[in-house]
Design a protein. Sequence first.
Length: 94
Amino acid sequence: MAVSKGNHSHIAAIQQLAERTWYDTYSRLISTEQIRYMLDLFYADELLQSQLQDPQHYFLVWTEGNELLAYAHGLAMPGKMKLSKLYCRPDQQG
């Protein structure tokens, strides 16, 4: 397993992993329509591209070979760091 800084080449894999983990994690709590809305809002191509270019946003990706296992997104704020997202493939959790 390798951990590296996320970049534009990881966008599609991040979106796929988000979709997989959101449905697995939240489908018992919120409607599939709400999950789809949140995925479309937080994982739009344009938003991820913008965040990857913004020096206040940090992405880390955990990969094995060419496969994305997990990712994290943080936002630098004055005097602190906010962990915004931390998702791991359901079959890798535990």
